[in-house]
Design a binder for this molecule. Structure first.
Ligand code: EN5
Length: 393
């Protein structure tokens, strides 16, 4: 059935996978040179941190060839600044940014990335989580003109080799499609902020119940209106001085999930301090200006594939949070106001974390997409999405 995945250390769909590594190897078992590739192609490591041109080449490959919805109406358009952020966290390994180029004109035809991540996985029997150094895989992309040539397995094998030579044996990744074998499957939910545009680009439609109104669009706008200002006293943008407090409250909040990252201060600094047009983070500060609560979202626009009026859908995605003195539905309400003020058309989320606590009250509705979560070389029982505390970009 799966010519490639049946050869890999992933649960093959048997009754109950054991918890822990599916395959045990040592660095001596790992080839020291790159996996062979077609003679017209070559491996390439872009310098996304130092070279704007290298970054632009990866950006363009993804802009034109990366993930689309089921009906090919929208395609993710990760920005330059976003990609730089996503690919260069503390301790990142440049060689885990794996690209393939045509030898003749050096055009980039494929990409896959890995970044280091510490993941706390709880045993299903209960007890303390085990924190494992893993590789988080993302941005696997094959140029549309080179599909069905079995390039993806070659990229996966090569990035695996580059991870294994550093004595790391597990990876975590997500996909919109079902592969062998997800440890959870989450559902997308969407909160309209700009219903007129969402309807115009057919991201959403006017519900049939609205047809009874004299002006359905006006009613829809009213339904999705949000306050202009935050409701929570002490709600402000996160600053560098908040890093220690955010690290502490966020790690504490994530500790209850079966699968979640753990953050160092350096990682909180990288992943969670506001970056213009990329990541938006807020705290609730107490009377001593100490952060007691935290909430964040990131910007991921999509290209609108065939619309003459609009080229782009401006989507905000909910990211990490730690709600302590205020319910998450109240904190996320302030996110809706902030996202609206910043010009986002929609806020997207998944039914992971404690997100189910705010979906109904804040008028999120189910989308047509799913996000499946996977481990490489780690057997794990199937868990509910609400047990997952990992947000992937
Ligand atoms: C990388 N690690 O399908 C892998 N998005 O619902 C990433 N649907 O936007 C994999 N089809 O439902 C990512 N509107 C997998 C996701 C790929 C992208 C994707 C879905 C998620 C999506 C939209 C548009 C559908 C267009 C037709 C959707 C309905 C919104 C509506 C708003 C009002 C309340 C009800 C819902």
């Amino acid at each position: 059935m799966h010519e490639f995945w049946s050869t890999q250390p992933v649960p093959q769909g048997e009754k109950e996978a054991q918890e822990g590594p599916l395959e045990k190897k040592t660095v001596d078992d790992v080839p020291k040179s790159p996996y062979p590739i077609a003679s017209v192609l070559e491996w390439w490591v872009p310098d996304v941190l130092e070279s704007e041109d290298d970054l632009r080449q990866i950006y363009e490959l993804l802009r034109d060839n990366y993930v689309e919805d089921d009906d090919s109406m929208f395609r993710f358009n990760y920005s330059h600044a976003f990609l730089k952020w996503a690919l260069t966290p503390p301790g990142y390994v440049k060689e885990w940014h794996v690209a393939v180029r045509r030898k003749n004109d050096k055009s980039v035809v494929a990409f896959i990335s890995g970044i280091p991540i510490d993941i706390a996985v709880k045993p299903s029997a209960g007890g303390d989580a085990e924190v494992r150094k893993m590789c988080e895989i993302n941005f696997l992309c094959i140029h549309k003109r080179l599909r069905e040539k079995k390039l993806a397995p070659i990229l996966i094998k090569e990035v695996t080799r580059r991870v294994n030579v550093l004595d790391i044996w597990q990876a975590v990744y997500t996909a919109g499609i079902v592969l062998p074998t997800p440890f959870t499957s989450a559902q997308y939910f969407h909160r309209s902020l700009n219903p007129e545009k969402l309807v115009a680009i057919r991201f959403s439609r006017i519900p049939p119940q609205y047809e009874k109104f004299q002006n359905p669009m006006q009613m829809m706008k009213r339904n999705y209106a949000v306050p202009n200002a935050p409701a929570v006293r002490g709600f402000r943008e996160m600053e560098a001085g908040d890093v220690p407090a955010v690290k502490s409250i966020l790690n504490a909040s994530l500790a209850k999930f079966s699968v979640a990252p753990t953050f160092t201060e350096e990682e909180v600094h990288h992943w969670l301090l506001p970056r213009e047009g990329v990541v938006f983070s807020f705290v609730v500060a107490d009377s001593n200006n100490v952060a007691t609560d935290f909430v964040s979202f990131y910007s991921l626009p999509s290209t609108v594939i065939g619309n003459s009026k609009y080229n782009e859908l401006n989507a905000a995605y909910t990211y990490y949070y730690s709600a302590n003195t205020v319910p998450i539905k109240v904190l996320m309400g302030d996110v809706l106001s902030a996202a609206k003020a910043k010009g986002f058309d929609v806020v997207n989320t998944l039914d992971i974390l404690d997100n189910k606590e705010f979906l109904q009250d804040l008028k999120f509705g189910p989308g047509d997409g799913n996000l499946h979560y996977y481990f490489y070389n780690w057997g794990y029982p199937i868990v509910q999405p609400k047990s997952v505390g990992l947000v992937m970009l």
